[in-house]
Ligand binder design. Structure first.
Ligand code: SAM
Length: 245
Protein backbone atom coordinates (compact mmCIF):
# COMPACT_ATOMS: atom_id res chain seq x y z
CA UNK A 1 0.00 0.00 0.00
CA UNK A 2 2.69 2.43 1.08
CA UNK A 3 4.84 1.42 -1.87
CA UNK A 4 2.12 2.05 -4.48
CA UNK A 5 1.51 5.47 -2.92
CA UNK A 6 5.21 6.17 -3.36
CA UNK A 7 5.11 5.12 -7.02
CA UNK A 8 2.09 7.26 -7.77
CA UNK A 9 3.73 10.22 -6.12
CA UNK A 10 6.96 9.74 -8.00
CA UNK A 11 5.13 9.79 -11.35
CA UNK A 12 3.51 13.20 -10.77
CA UNK A 13 5.30 16.54 -11.11
CA UNK A 14 6.40 18.04 -7.79
CA UNK A 15 4.22 21.16 -8.14
CA UNK A 16 1.00 19.14 -8.19
CA UNK A 17 1.75 17.77 -4.72
CA UNK A 18 2.65 21.15 -3.34
CA UNK A 19 -0.51 22.49 -4.93
CA UNK A 20 -2.69 19.84 -3.29
CA UNK A 21 -1.19 20.80 0.03
CA UNK A 22 -2.13 24.44 -0.70
CA UNK A 23 -5.74 23.32 -1.24
CA UNK A 24 -6.14 23.77 -5.04
CA UNK A 25 -9.19 21.89 -6.24
CA UNK A 26 -10.04 22.63 -9.85
CA UNK A 27 -7.81 22.36 -12.91
CA UNK A 28 -7.79 26.15 -13.27
CA UNK A 29 -6.82 26.60 -9.61
CA UNK A 30 -3.89 24.27 -10.13
CA UNK A 31 -2.85 26.15 -13.27
CA UNK A 32 -3.12 29.44 -11.38
CA UNK A 33 -1.03 28.16 -8.50
CA UNK A 34 1.62 26.99 -10.92
CA UNK A 35 1.51 30.33 -12.79
CA UNK A 36 2.15 32.24 -9.56
CA UNK A 37 4.95 29.94 -8.42
CA UNK A 38 6.82 29.56 -11.70
CA UNK A 39 6.20 32.76 -13.59
CA UNK A 40 5.81 35.32 -10.83
CA UNK A 41 7.27 34.41 -7.43
CA UNK A 42 10.32 32.75 -8.98
CA UNK A 43 11.07 35.92 -10.98
CA UNK A 44 11.18 38.07 -7.86
CA UNK A 45 7.67 39.39 -7.14
CA UNK A 46 7.42 39.11 -3.35
CA UNK A 47 4.44 41.21 -2.21
CA UNK A 48 2.18 38.64 -0.54
CA UNK A 49 -1.04 40.60 -1.25
CA UNK A 50 -0.17 40.77 -4.96
CA UNK A 51 0.65 37.04 -5.07
CA UNK A 52 -2.62 36.19 -3.29
CA UNK A 53 -4.64 38.31 -5.74
CA UNK A 54 -2.93 36.68 -8.74
CA UNK A 55 -3.76 33.28 -7.26
CA UNK A 56 -7.39 34.22 -6.70
CA UNK A 57 -8.57 36.03 -9.87
CA UNK A 58 -9.84 33.59 -12.56
CA UNK A 59 -7.80 34.78 -15.55
CA UNK A 60 -9.48 32.21 -17.83
CA UNK A 61 -12.74 34.19 -17.51
CA UNK A 62 -11.07 37.29 -19.01
CA UNK A 63 -9.85 35.71 -22.26
CA UNK A 64 -11.97 34.62 -25.26
CA UNK A 65 -13.44 31.14 -24.67
CA UNK A 66 -11.27 29.53 -27.35
CA UNK A 67 -8.14 30.79 -25.53
CA UNK A 68 -9.09 29.66 -22.01
CA UNK A 69 -6.72 26.67 -22.27
CA UNK A 70 -3.88 29.19 -22.64
CA UNK A 71 -5.04 31.64 -19.97
CA UNK A 72 -2.31 30.71 -17.46
CA UNK A 73 0.58 30.63 -19.91
CA UNK A 74 3.50 33.02 -19.70
CA UNK A 75 2.35 35.40 -22.45
CA UNK A 76 -0.12 38.10 -23.46
CA UNK A 77 -3.20 36.91 -25.40
CA UNK A 78 -5.44 38.54 -27.95
CA UNK A 79 -8.79 39.82 -26.61
CA UNK A 80 -10.11 41.15 -29.96
CA UNK A 81 -10.26 44.69 -31.39
CA UNK A 82 -6.47 44.47 -31.92
CA UNK A 83 -5.84 44.53 -28.15
CA UNK A 84 -4.31 42.14 -25.62
CA UNK A 85 -4.57 40.95 -22.04
CA UNK A 86 -1.08 41.50 -20.59
CA UNK A 87 1.33 38.71 -19.61
CA UNK A 88 0.60 37.60 -16.00
CA UNK A 89 4.14 38.47 -14.84
CA UNK A 90 3.80 42.01 -16.21
CA UNK A 91 0.45 42.46 -14.42
CA UNK A 92 2.10 41.34 -11.17
CA UNK A 93 5.14 43.62 -11.61
CA UNK A 94 2.99 46.66 -12.41
CA UNK A 95 0.72 45.98 -9.44
CA UNK A 96 3.67 45.51 -7.10
CA UNK A 97 5.21 48.76 -8.35
CA UNK A 98 1.95 50.64 -7.74
CA UNK A 99 1.72 49.12 -4.19
CA UNK A 100 -2.00 49.84 -3.72
CA UNK A 101 -3.06 49.69 -0.05
CA UNK A 102 -6.49 48.56 1.11
CA UNK A 103 -7.70 52.14 1.84
CA UNK A 104 -6.43 53.63 -1.45
CA UNK A 105 -8.03 54.75 -4.71
CA UNK A 106 -6.48 53.69 -8.00
CA UNK A 107 -6.87 54.83 -11.60
CA UNK A 108 -6.20 52.32 -14.37
CA UNK A 109 -5.77 53.54 -17.96
CA UNK A 110 -6.58 50.79 -20.50
CA UNK A 111 -9.24 48.47 -19.05
CA UNK A 112 -8.89 45.96 -21.91
CA UNK A 113 -10.22 42.61 -20.65
CA UNK A 114 -10.65 43.90 -17.07
CA UNK A 115 -8.13 41.41 -15.66
CA UNK A 116 -5.68 43.97 -14.27
CA UNK A 117 -8.72 45.90 -13.00
CA UNK A 118 -9.79 42.84 -10.99
CA UNK A 119 -6.30 42.38 -9.52
CA UNK A 120 -6.27 46.04 -8.45
CA UNK A 121 -9.82 45.74 -7.08
CA UNK A 122 -8.67 42.88 -4.83
CA UNK A 123 -6.09 45.20 -3.27
CA UNK A 124 -7.48 48.74 -3.24
CA UNK A 125 -10.63 50.42 -1.92
CA UNK A 126 -11.79 51.75 -5.30
CA UNK A 127 -10.58 51.29 -8.87
CA UNK A 128 -11.45 53.75 -11.63
CA UNK A 129 -10.67 52.40 -15.09
CA UNK A 130 -10.82 54.08 -18.51
CA UNK A 131 -10.93 52.28 -21.87
CA UNK A 132 -11.06 53.98 -25.27
CA UNK A 133 -12.79 51.08 -27.10
CA UNK A 134 -16.48 50.98 -26.05
CA UNK A 135 -16.98 47.23 -26.78
CA UNK A 136 -14.07 46.26 -24.50
CA UNK A 137 -15.25 48.60 -21.74
CA UNK A 138 -18.77 47.11 -21.89
CA UNK A 139 -17.52 43.54 -21.87
CA UNK A 140 -15.17 44.16 -18.92
CA UNK A 141 -17.88 45.99 -16.99
CA UNK A 142 -20.31 43.07 -17.44
CA UNK A 143 -17.78 40.44 -16.44
CA UNK A 144 -16.49 42.32 -13.38
CA UNK A 145 -20.11 42.81 -12.29
CA UNK A 146 -20.82 39.08 -12.66
CA UNK A 147 -17.70 38.28 -10.66
CA UNK A 148 -19.00 40.50 -7.85
CA UNK A 149 -16.58 43.46 -7.97
CA UNK A 150 -18.50 46.40 -6.53
CA UNK A 151 -15.52 48.73 -6.08
CA UNK A 152 -14.81 49.15 -9.83
CA UNK A 153 -15.94 52.10 -11.96
CA UNK A 154 -15.36 51.92 -15.72
CA UNK A 155 -15.84 54.59 -18.34
CA UNK A 156 -15.13 55.02 -22.03
CA UNK A 157 -12.70 57.82 -22.90
CA UNK A 158 -9.16 58.98 -23.43
CA UNK A 159 -7.27 57.87 -20.34
CA UNK A 160 -4.20 59.95 -21.28
CA UNK A 161 -6.28 62.87 -19.96
CA UNK A 162 -6.92 61.01 -16.70
CA UNK A 163 -10.23 61.22 -14.79
CA UNK A 164 -10.12 64.73 -13.34
CA UNK A 165 -13.45 64.59 -11.45
CA UNK A 166 -12.30 61.60 -9.42
CA UNK A 167 -8.71 62.80 -8.73
CA UNK A 168 -6.51 62.72 -6.74
CA UNK A 169 -5.45 59.06 -6.96
CA UNK A 170 -3.04 57.19 -4.71
CA UNK A 171 -1.82 55.14 -7.66
CA UNK A 172 -2.23 55.20 -11.44
CA UNK A 173 -1.48 52.17 -13.61
CA UNK A 174 -1.26 52.66 -17.38
CA UNK A 175 -1.50 49.40 -19.31
CA UNK A 176 -0.53 50.74 -22.75
CA UNK A 177 2.76 52.19 -23.98
CA UNK A 178 3.19 55.99 -24.11
CA UNK A 179 5.86 58.13 -25.83
CA UNK A 180 6.23 60.21 -22.65
CA UNK A 181 4.62 60.72 -19.24
CA UNK A 182 1.17 62.31 -19.77
CA UNK A 183 1.14 65.54 -17.73
CA UNK A 184 -2.52 65.24 -16.57
CA UNK A 185 -1.73 61.88 -14.93
CA UNK A 186 1.06 63.43 -12.84
CA UNK A 187 -1.28 66.29 -11.91
CA UNK A 188 -3.97 63.83 -10.82
CA UNK A 189 -1.63 61.90 -8.49
CA UNK A 190 -1.95 62.71 -4.81
CA UNK A 191 1.11 63.50 -2.73
CA UNK A 192 3.05 60.25 -2.25
CA UNK A 193 1.19 58.76 -5.22
CA UNK A 194 2.74 56.31 -7.70
CA UNK A 195 2.29 56.29 -11.48
CA UNK A 196 3.32 53.09 -13.27
CA UNK A 197 3.61 53.45 -17.04
CA UNK A 198 5.46 51.89 -19.99
CA UNK A 199 7.41 54.64 -21.78
CA UNK A 200 9.24 54.34 -25.10
CA UNK A 201 8.63 53.76 -28.80
CA UNK A 202 5.55 52.00 -30.13
CA UNK A 203 7.68 48.82 -30.46
CA UNK A 204 9.47 48.69 -27.12
CA UNK A 205 9.13 50.45 -23.78
CA UNK A 206 10.66 50.65 -20.30
CA UNK A 207 8.35 50.26 -17.32
CA UNK A 208 8.66 53.52 -15.34
CA UNK A 209 7.45 54.30 -11.84
CA UNK A 210 6.94 57.97 -11.04
CA UNK A 211 6.57 59.05 -7.40
CA UNK A 212 5.05 62.41 -6.56
CA UNK A 213 6.93 64.07 -3.73
CA UNK A 214 6.34 67.43 -2.03
CA UNK A 215 8.23 69.55 -4.52
CA UNK A 216 9.22 67.23 -7.30
CA UNK A 217 8.62 63.91 -9.00
CA UNK A 218 11.05 60.97 -8.83
CA UNK A 219 11.24 58.62 -11.83
CA UNK A 220 12.62 55.08 -11.64
CA UNK A 221 13.17 52.87 -14.67
CA UNK A 222 12.42 49.15 -14.44
CA UNK A 223 12.13 46.22 -16.81
CA UNK A 224 11.82 46.38 -20.60
CA UNK A 225 8.37 45.57 -21.99
CA UNK A 226 6.17 45.63 -25.09
CA UNK A 227 2.65 47.07 -24.83
CA UNK A 228 0.06 48.15 -27.39
CA UNK A 229 0.17 51.95 -27.88
CA UNK A 230 -1.61 54.41 -25.61
CA UNK A 231 -3.60 56.49 -28.09
CA UNK A 232 -4.82 59.93 -27.09
CA UNK A 233 -4.25 63.64 -26.64
CA UNK A 234 -1.26 63.15 -24.32
CA UNK A 235 0.01 59.98 -26.03
CA UNK A 236 0.33 58.58 -29.57
CA UNK A 237 -1.84 59.84 -32.41
CA UNK A 238 -3.98 57.03 -33.81
CA UNK A 239 -2.39 57.39 -37.28
CA UNK A 240 1.18 57.30 -35.91
CA UNK A 241 0.37 54.16 -33.90
CA UNK A 242 -1.11 52.45 -37.00
CA UNK A 243 2.02 53.28 -39.01
CA UNK A 244 4.22 51.57 -36.41
CA UNK A 245 2.02 48.50 -35.88
N1 SAM B 1 -5.14 45.93 -18.54
C1 SAM B 1 -5.60 45.15 -19.64
C2 SAM B 1 -5.96 43.75 -19.28
O1 SAM B 1 -5.66 43.31 -18.16
O2 SAM B 1 -6.57 43.09 -20.12
C3 SAM B 1 -4.64 45.15 -20.78
C4 SAM B 1 -4.95 46.25 -21.67
S1 SAM B 1 -4.27 46.33 -23.27
C5 SAM B 1 -2.60 45.87 -23.10
C6 SAM B 1 -4.23 48.11 -23.39
C7 SAM B 1 -5.59 48.74 -23.47
O3 SAM B 1 -5.41 50.15 -23.47
C8 SAM B 1 -6.35 48.42 -24.74
O4 SAM B 1 -7.59 47.86 -24.41
C9 SAM B 1 -6.50 49.77 -25.44
O5 SAM B 1 -7.72 49.91 -26.14
C10 SAM B 1 -6.43 50.71 -24.26
N2 SAM B 1 -6.06 52.10 -24.58
C11 SAM B 1 -5.15 52.57 -25.46
N3 SAM B 1 -5.11 53.91 -25.41
C12 SAM B 1 -6.00 54.30 -24.47
C13 SAM B 1 -6.42 55.55 -23.94
N4 SAM B 1 -5.91 56.72 -24.35
N5 SAM B 1 -7.38 55.57 -22.99
C14 SAM B 1 -7.91 54.42 -22.53
N6 SAM B 1 -7.56 53.20 -22.99
C15 SAM B 1 -6.62 53.15 -23.94
Amino acid sequence: MFRSFGLERASLPEWSWICRKAGCVTRYERQRYRMVERQIRKRGVRNSRVLAAMEKVPRHRFVPEDSSEHAYEDSPLSIGKGQTISQPYMVAVMTESAVPEAHERVLEVGTGSGYQTAILAELAREVYSIERIPELAERAKGLLGRLGYENVFIRVGDGSEGWGEMAPFDAIVVTAGAPDIPEPLVEQLGLGGRLVIPIGSSHHQTLCTVRKETKSIRKEEGTGCVFVPLIGTFAWEEKAAEKHS
